[in-house]
Design a protein around this ligand. Structure first.
Ligand SMILES: Cc1ncc(COP(=O)(O)O)c(C=O)c1O
Length: 389
């Protein structure tokens, strides 16, 4: 019974207080508990066997969220962090050493790409490649330690053949890390295709309400988690109990939110594709999109996520004007929440990329990124139509 995705979203935290009958995890705000337990003289232990004594290491509310994430990602175990970047940086610090080689596409969440570039100062060999499966496979002809991918790139939604890359990574001795933030475990589970670990900015769809900052990592084996756990403790990037509760609360509706938002996103992508003021629409669910065949192979539900990027014909002026004119949709960074948001990548996330590379990637001055929320489909289309007039 508990094997189905939607049931795991609601009950997968596994929390149950036998004494009081509570089955919804409370927020354990205390950062300490008795250590050792006065009755047994032994430390209390978590499900993973670590000691329960101090909240930077372990907390029952956070553990409940980690159980739920491990369940939905079909992982051996999971860890929760103070933000998506907390998850990514802690994971990389736990896995890399001086002389390690990491392969990463040049299009992705810019803060992640800049973090990886800066790891060269610790002696890490960084191979930044064109965001294409073939280029990653070619980079793997030389030994590597880590390949870091986003299932769909930010902001032009390029996709990769994760299965092929996971196979090639294993052959070259590398571990594949997948940032699955844009796609969510409802639409795709990278561990099934051979990824070593999956990370999320849980700030986005996992929590889903634009009101909490969090990150999670799900691991394919329990052994590796101990090292990652140790680095989370050292870096202090652990999620707070209050935030864990907020994420757990949002997580229960992940499936219904992503299902509805993805359907609205497809309708909006089709509307924009026919609009005379739009020169390009980037959405892997659109017929004619270069990633449609790959998307159909990877995203078995035939839902393509709820981010749509598009390019207005008149470039910067029109793009900035649109940000001023939209009403229901808010001009704001981030994605994956109940409110629809419109972002201008050339001035925000992609501002750190040189203009030449940015334009080659399709991140032109006219590009806008829309994160579709839970508002009415027709209202959103009218809002966009009015803003484009
Ligand atoms: C794909 C992706 N990964 C990671 C992050 C970082 O997450 P956070 O903002 O929760 O630190 C973001 C943030 O936008 C993102 O879009």
């Amino acid at each position: 019974m508990t094997d189905h995705f939607s049931t795991k979203l609601v009950h997968g935290h596994g929390y149950y207080d036998e004494e009081l009958g509570h089955f919804i995890p409370p927020i354990f705000m205390g950062i300490i508990c008795e250590h050792p337990d006065r009755e047994t003289g032994q430390p209390r232990k978590t499900g993973r066997g670590t000691e329960l004594k101090y909240a930077r290491e372990e907390n029952i509310t956070v553990e409940a969220l980690e159980n739920a994430i491990a369940g939905i990602e079909e992982a051996a175990d999971a860890l929760a962090y103070a933000s998506g970047m907390g998850a990514i940086s802690s994971l990389l610090f736990s896995m890399l050493r001086s002389g390690s080689r990491i392969v990463i596409p040049m299009e992705g969440y810019a803060t992640t790409v800049r973090l990886v570039e800066d790891l060269t100062k610790f002696g890490v060999d960084v191979s930044e490649v064109w965001p294409d499966t073939r280029d990653i496979l070619e980079a793997l002809s030389k030994p590597a330690d880590i390949v870091f991918l986003e299932t769909m790139t930010n902001p032009t939604l390029k996709m990769f053949d994760v299965r092929e890359i996971a196979k090639a990574s294993k052959e070259s001795g590398a571990k594949l890390l997948v940032d699955n933030t844009f796609v969510t475990p409802y639409l795709y589970k990278p561990l099934r295709d051979g990824a070593f670990a999956v990370v999320h900015s849980a700030t986005k769809y996992i929590a889903g309400h634009n009101d909490v900052l969090a990150g999670v990592t799900a691991f394919s084996d329990t052994k590796s988690i101990i090292k990652a756990w140790e680095w989370r403790r050292r870096l202090g990037s652990t999620l707070s109990a209050h935030s864990a509760y907020m994420v757990l609360r949002g997580l229960k509706t992940l499936e219904v939110r992503v299902e509805r938002e993805s359907r609205t996103a497809l309708a909006i992508a089709e509307f924009l594709d026919d609009h005379p003021k739009i020169s390009n629409v980037y959405y892997p669910g659109l017929n004619g999109n270069p990633y449609k065949v790959l998307a159909d192979k990877i995203l078995e539900k035939k839902l393509y996520g709820a981010v749509v990027s598009f390019e207005v014909k008149d470039g910067k002026e029109e793009a900035v004007d649109m940000l001023r004119r939209i009403k229901i949709i808010k001009p704001s960074p981030s994605l994956g929440g109940t409110e629809s948001l419109l972002t201008y990548p050339a001035m925000s996330s992609a501002a750190s990329i040189s203009r030449e590379i940015r334009e080659k990637l399709g991140i032109t001055d006219g590009l806008l990124r829309l994160s579709v929320g839970l508002e009415d489909e027709q209202d959103l289309i009218e809002d966009l139509d009015e803003a484009l007039k």
